[in-house]
Design a protein around this ligand. Sequence first.
Ligand SMILES: Cc1cc2nc3c(=O)[nH]c(=O)nc-3n(C[C@H](O)[C@H](O)[C@H](O)COP(=O)(O)OP(=O)(O)OC[C@H]3O[C@@H](n4cnc5c(N)ncnc54)[C@H](O)[C@@H]3O)c2cc1C
Length: 293
Amino acid sequence: MHLLPKFDFYEAYDMGEACKVLAEMKSEGKIIAGGTDIMVNMKKGLLSPKCLISLARIPGLSGIEPTSGGIAIGSNLIVSKLLEFDLIRKKYNLLSKAASVLGSPLIRNRATIGGNIVTARPAADLPPPLMAMGARVVLKSKGKERELALDDFLVGPGQTKIKSTEILVSIIVDEPPPFTGGDYIKLMHRNALEIAIVAVAVQITLDGPDGSIKNARVILSSVAPKAIHAVSAEKVLIGEKPTEKLFKKAAALASTDCTPITDIRGGAQYRCAMVETLTHRALSAALRQIKGK
Ligand SMILES: Cc1cc2nc3c(=O)[nH]c(=O)nc-3n(C[C@H](O)[C@H](O)[C@H](O)COP(=O)(O)OP(=O)(O)OC[C@H]3O[C@@H](n4cnc5c(N)ncnc54)[C@H](O)[C@@H]3O)c2cc1C
C-alpha cells in the first residue's frame, strides 16, 4: 500500500458548480461520493486524480423522490439510508435485500448507490436488483442531461458509459405493476464483508392473480464481466403459467446463460450449478410474494 497521493478537494454546493468544475478539470477530476472504492484505489496507486469533487453538500442528491410512475433515488444516498425507507422495503424489496448484504455496517454507512453503480464491479450488489426492476440512470454534464437504461450503462469490469464530464444524479425505478414479485439472493462464504460468489435477482409479473407470466427479468451477477440477463430463462418464462416445472426449466437454462471464471471464491462449474439453484429459489420466492404467502 502507498500513501495517498496529493490531490485538491472541491466541495460543490450545487449541481451546476460540480459539472462546471468537472468539465474544467477534463479527465483529471473525479467525483467522490462515499470514498469506499476511490480511496482504496488511490491508496493502491491505481488512480491519482488531481482533484476530487465531493457531492456531499449538494441538496437533493441524497433522498428518494416520487416520479409520475415510480421513484427517483438520489445518487448520493448512502446504502444504510436506503434500508430506512418503508417504501423501499415494501415495494422495491429486492433492492433493500441487496442493500442489507452489501459489505458491513461500516461500509453501508459510507457507500452510496451511485458509487456502487459507477464502480461497475462484476459482483456489485445493487446493479442486479436495479436491472431486475428495469432501472434507468440520469447523467448530467454542463448544460446537458441524458437517461440510459442501467442494462446499457454497465459495460464491463470497472467500465460504464459515463463520460469524464458526467455525474450520475439519480436512478429511476418504475413502480412494480400489480401481481409482481421479486427476490435477490447472494451466495457468500460468510455473512458480512464478503462479495458474492454468485448472486441472482429476479422480478416476475403475472397478468392476473392466477395468470401467466407477463414479464420476467432474471439477472445473474458475479458470473460474467458484468451483471447479465439470463436471456434464455427469461424467454422460457414469459407467456407461461408459473409452475414448479417451469421454474426448474428456467433455472437450468439460466446456468447455460453465464460464463463464470474460476477464482479463489469458487470454480466455474460450481458457480453454474449455484446459478441454477439460486434462480429456482428466487423465482419461487417471487411467486410466493405475489401470492402473499
Ligand atoms: C471492505 C469493503 C467491502 C465491500 N463489500 C462490498 C459488497 O459486499 N458489495 C458491493 O457491492 N460492494 C462492496 N464494496 C465496494 C464499495 O463499498 C461499493 O462499490 C460502494 O458502493 C462505492 O460507493 P462510494 O459512494 O463509496 O463510491 P466512491 O468510492 O466515492 O466512488 C467510486 C467510483 O464511482 C465514481 N462516482 C461515485 N459517485 C458518482 C456519481 N454520482 N457520478 C459519477 N461518478 C461517481 C467515483 O468517481 C469513483 O470512480 C466493498 C468495499 C470495501 C472497502
